[in-house]
Design a protein around this ligand. Structure first.
Ligand code: ADP
Ligand code: MG
Ligand code: MG
Length: 902
């Protein structure tokens, strides 16, 4: 129990006591108000109640001991400093009560301005403002409105409705035309609304207003929307929010007063120069609420030159201090400038790169820091094609940018229709209220997906991201009527076959076709833009930062590529080899027939013939790839999928046989195929006869592939090139499997390579949990490990990827069981632990063992950081992800602090 002697826990900080590093305790807003105060900037005095007080209140249901007294003491000293008492009838001190958590969070209580006004102090306020009645009553009606809405949950529309009525009665649309009498009348109307909804009169006691408002901020931490937002953004639920109590300054005192918001650079493009809006004779949110037309900040120069100059000076100072783009809120009270908020401002992906580059030029940050200021997700965004909107084409609706990209196409409302039209070669956009697992085929067929409901974790969003398909979800202005095959939006009716365009980055929806243009950043990576001679500031910044990332990173970046064309593109994107060359496609197309012969082979002789026919075809494929990757390592995976995947589907074969029999044709071959397919049918093909198991069961299959690889390498080398093949055995779970394959392969390699100087490594994938757990043994027979994190994730979780993502991942995400699909970003705790064990024990058994990763995680930003930290040698990813992986590998290498990316 707290006694009088124990030192009381400090729950309240004066602005002068805090600083920007105290965001955990004071929240973002409070920490930055303190920082500005200590910089000597004009901040209205005030104090911050800590997040710890909020946490204590939320766990016990009451304000912690000592809090009330500390608030009292800080209020008293604020009153002394200001020379006024809270709500004093003659000359009232008024305050704002503002929430402010560590991360800014929609769904929490916003702000109550003018706390301390009541029926008596409103007169005092007017007198003090030189008899400005209008101002005093305007401030009072705002208090009742904001207090009613945010503290007592009175529906906001009722107040807005009463305000509209007052303007209507006056025959105006501008709130400035309401005079003091009108506003006094409005206060009466507001009080009635307040009483009707709360069952009590509007509280007249200033201290009660203050306490209720503070408590409402605490409570808003657990508002439903706030909880949902935290879950999605992975913000811990126990942080709590701080509360800022700030003495009021008034932008609504007349034409020489006003309020505004500004950015120190353009947050859209990153261009230098200030950007902002100003509204004269207004308070608080009026600027952003759009109730009157704001003017560009530059016009303030004409209105109030000295405040304008001071503001510019402060903005320059803030940039220099924070070394980054800042956004600010300010108010001018009768020619006196006040700073009400600042923070490091949000920006677009393009602006992030441009600004980071500029700050280096300006000497404010170094290149390591610039690398921290951007991320792979932003780079990936810049690599998508964009809509080319020359003039300002207005969107008809805006939803959530759920999966990036730009897509135009004909509207369809059912999965079946999407499949039909796509088969005719049309681009289609599947429009649904929300999607469900039955829509999967339509989603695959569509260019893009548009829904009127659901957020970033809805079924549509999750599945679309998994497929890399453009998706806008939750465009709630759309009235979707599936039976009638139409949707309506803003007076337009859009039917099946009409064209719409959707932007999965911004969430915007356009009627008609919007032309799509390729990304300049991709053109740069493709090598068609010379970075030294280009005046596109974005490309210049990307070039500079990528160059630094490449110099800094320890991880190598390879690509997953199965063809010469993919290999060539990836190389232009900076790939330093191939980490996964699948050989499956080498058994498809017109080569299927040879595979059928292989499977149906009656004896050794027939099988060898089929393999001999496949050999030169495979060799030619490898020659092409080795040439493109001249001098760089190429990891070739021996055939992995179950063989029946190369045969026609059972149903189709059965029908063919029946029809042919009916016609009296010769069906011997079809029947043989059919019985082979029946024989090879598996209940769980993913856990069946595939990978190394195939190689051990079908004689000569792996041997043929090994020979093709070795011969191709020798051929390329004889032509003056350098081939560096690495043969990778999939799905190994026991060292004995690998040893068997290895013994056979080594013989063939020795025979083929001879004295050509070609060196062929043999290694294995680590993708079965048992392989990870026995890595020490497996390393004895492997020169390298490559983590196949897709299968490793499937088998560690027991998830069949093809089924689970569409079936229930949305629910898991909604419940917060995971924040992101473990197929998108590696599950560091579980799957990652297997990687760690295998890396450590593998290297212990064989120092110098090469370690890489070839699952899709190789191109995921968070996963790249994990692989860096585990100490792998390289990651491998699809060609388009190579630049993202290079950037993130660089960021991982220079990361020293756990900097906040939120
Ligand atoms: P948000 O986090 O939604 O921006 P704020 O707490 O910043 O909420 O406040 C909303 C508005 O009220 C802002 O425009 C801010 O500048 C203004 N405001 C807040 N406190 C004061 C104050 N003490 N005097 C004048 N205006 C204020
Ligand atoms: Mg604000
Ligand atoms: Mg696999």
């Amino acid at each position: 129990m707290a006694t009088q002697e124990t030192v009381e826990h400090k729950y309240v900080y004066d602005f002068a006591e805090g600083n920007r590093d105290l965001k955990d305790l004071l929240g973002g807003k409070g920490a930055n108000l303190a920082e500005m105060t200590n910089l000597g900037l004009p901040v209205p005095p005030g104090f911050t109640i800590t997040t710890e007080a909020c946490q204590a209140y939320l766990t016990t249901g009451r304000e912690p001991d000592g809090l009330a007294g500390q608030i009292e003491a800080h209020l008293e000293s604020l009153e002394r400093e200001m020379g006024r008492r809270l709500g004093d009838p003659g000359d009232p001190l008024l305050v704002s009560v503002r929430s402010g958590a560590k991360f800014s969070m929609p769904g929490m209580m916003e702000t109550v301005l003018n706390v301390g006004l009541n029926d008596r102090s409103v007169i005092g306020l007017s007198t003090q403002a030189g008899g400005n009645d209008r101002f005093a009553w305007d401030s009072y009606r705002r208090l009742i409105q904001m207090f009613g809405k945010t503290v007592c949950e009175v529906p906001g529309e009722e107040f807005e409705h009463a305000l509209d009525e007052a303007k209507h009665a006056k025959g105006t649309r501008n709130d400035l035309d309401l005079d003091a009498d009108d506003l006094r009348g409005l206060v009466d109307a507001y009080k009635k609304i307040f009483a009707k909804h709360t069952g009590r009169e509007f509280p007249q006691e200033p201290r009660e207003q203050l306490d209720l408002a503070i408590r409402a901020v605490f409570d808003s931490w657990n508002a439903e929307r706030a909880i949902l937002y935290r879950r999605q953004e992975r913000i811990p639920a126990d942080l709590g929010t701080a509360v800022n109590v700030v003495s009021m300054v008034f932008g609504n005192l007349g034409p020489d007063s006003g309020t505004g918001v500004a950015f120190t650079r353009d947050p859209g493009s990153g261009a230098q120069g200030i950007y902002g809006d100003y509204l004269a004779n207004a308070q608080g949110e009026d600027v952003v609420a759009g109730i009157r037309n704001t003017v560009p900040l530059q016009e303030l120069e004409q209105l109030d030159k000295s405040s304008y100059d001071e503001l510019l000076g402060i903005m320059a100072r803030l940039e220099e201090h924070y070394k980054d783009l800042c956004d600010i809120e300010f108010t001018i009270e009768r020619g006196k400038l006040w700073m009400l908020q600042t923070r490091v401002g949000k920006r677009t992906a393009a602006a992030a790169f441009v600004i980071a580059g500029q700050l280096v030029d300006e000497g404010l940050i170094d290149l390591d820091e610039a690398l921290h200021r951007v991320n792979g997700a932003q780079l990936a965004q810049l690599m998508f094609p964009r809509f080319q909107l020359d003039h300002d084409v207005p969107p008809v609706a805006k939803g959530i940018g759920a999966s990036p990209g730009a897509a135009s196409g004909k509207v369809v409302f059912t999965s079946a229709r999407a499949v039909e039209l796509a088969a005719e070669g049309e681009s289609v956009i599947l429009v649904r209220r929300e999607t469900n697992p039955d829509d999967l085929n339509g989603m695959i067929a569509a260019k893009g997906i548009l829904t009127s409901r659901g957020g970033k974790t809805s079924h549509a969003a999750v599945v679309a991201r998994g497929m890399g398909k453009t998706c806008v979800s939750g465009a709630d202005e759309l009235e979707v009527n599936v039976p009638a095959k139409k949707f309506t939006v803003g007076g337009h009716t859009v039917g099946e076959g009409d064209v719409v365009s959707i932007d999965g980055t911004t969430g915007k929806v356009y009627l008609g076709e919007v032309p799509v243009m390729p990304s300049e950043v991709v053109q740069y990576f493709e090598g068609s833009l010379d970075p030294e001679h280009i005046d596109n500031p974005l490309v210049r910044a990307v070039h500079r930062i990528m160059t630094h990332a490449d110099a800094a990173r320890r991880l190598r970046v390879r690509t997953n590529a199965d063809t010469g064309a993919d290999a060539a593109r990836a190389r232009r994107f900076g790939a330093e080899g191939i980490g996964l060359c699948r050989t499956e496609h080498m058994f498809l197309g017109d080569r299927r027939e040879l595979v059928e012969r292989l499977i149906l082979a009656a004896g050794e002789r027939e099988r060898e013939d089929a393999l001999a026919a496949l050999l030169p075809l495979q060799r030619a494929d490898f020659v092409e790839i080795f040439r493109e990757m001249d001098g760089l390592p190429v990891t070739v995976r021996l055939i992995d999928p179950p063989l029946h995947e190369f045969l026609p589907p059972l149903e189709q074969l059965a029908v063919n046989v029946a029809v042919a029999q009916e016609r009296g044709e010769d069906v011997a071959k079809e029947e043989a195929l059919l019985s082979a397919v029946r024989r090879m049918h598996e209940e769980n093909p993913m856990l069946g006869l595939r990978g190394v198991r195939l190689g051990l069961v079908i004689p000569g299959l792996f041997a043929m592939q090994v020979r093709a690889i070795a011969e191709a390498a020798v051929a390329v080398t004889r032509d003056g090139g350098t081939a560096c093949p690495e043969i990778m055995v999939p799905l190994v779970g026991a060292v004995q499997e690998l040893e068997t394959v290895r013994a056979e392969a080594e013989k063939i390699i020795a025979e083929v390579v001879g004295d050509s100087g070609v060196e062929v490594l043999i290694g294995t994938m680590i993708e079965v949990p048992r392989a990870a757990l026995t890595a020490g043994q497996i390393a004895e027979a492997a020169e390298f490990f490559s983590f196949g994190t897709n299968d490793l994730t499937q088998m560690a979780w027991g998830f069949s990827r093809d089924d689970v993502e569409g079936a229930f991942f949305w629910r898991y995400l909604e419940l917060g069981i995971f924040g992101i699909s473990p197929f998108e970003s590696i599950d560091a705790d579980g799957v990652g632990r297997l990687v760690r064990i295998a890396a450590e024990e593998g290297r212990a058994a064989r120092p110098g063992l090469k370690l890489g990763v070839c699952g899709e995680h190789g191109g995921d930003p968070d996963s790249v950081h994990f692989f860096h930290e585990v100490g792998l040698d390289y990651v491998s990813c699809s060609p388009f992800r190579v630049p993202v992986a290079r950037l993130e590998a660089g960021r991982a290498a220079v990361s020293t602090t756990g900097s906040d990316s939120r």
